[in-house]
Design a protein around this ligand. Structure first.
Ligand SMILES: [Zn+2]
Length: 122
């Protein structure tokens, strides 16, 4: 079991690199979360949305769910996500949602996440 955040990242990075190589693309780089309370989930995402009817969307190898403290994603995993809005929610460096990123007074958005499953769509 990983004991440090570095180890946790590495254990996701390894299958992500292998998956990216198999698809002949460079591995995805997670947004910079250092200094924020948010963390990348240590889980390889295979697709986004239900796949049984052919509507699952390809997800870049290594792109994963971002865990935001105090927020539970309504859908447990991206493979089961039913979000069809394709809008997502921006979160600032403190892990709070930014309702209007175009507002000049609003804090800068750090990550754009699916509102249902938390998949990183930045
Ligand atoms: Zn989703």
């Amino acid at each position: 079991m990983p004991t440090t955040p570095e180890a946790a990242l590495f254990s996701l990075a390894e299958p992500a690199v292998a998956c990216a190589a198999a698809q002949d693309v460079p591995p995805f780089e997670t947004p910079h979360l250092d200094g924020t309370p948010m963390r990348a989930r240590e889980q390889l995402v295979r697709w986004h949305g239900p796949d049984d009817d052919g509507f699952g969307t390809w997800v870049y190898p290594g792109r994963t769910v971002i865990e935001v403290p105090g927020r539970t994603w309504p859908v447990a995993r991206p493979e089961d996500c039913t979000d069809e809005s394709f809008t997502g929610i921006w979160f600032d460096a403190t892990g709070h949602p930014v309702p209007d990123v175009l507002d000049p007074e609003a804090p800068e958005g750090v990550v754009l996440l699916c509102a249902q499953c938390g998949l990183d769509c930045t």
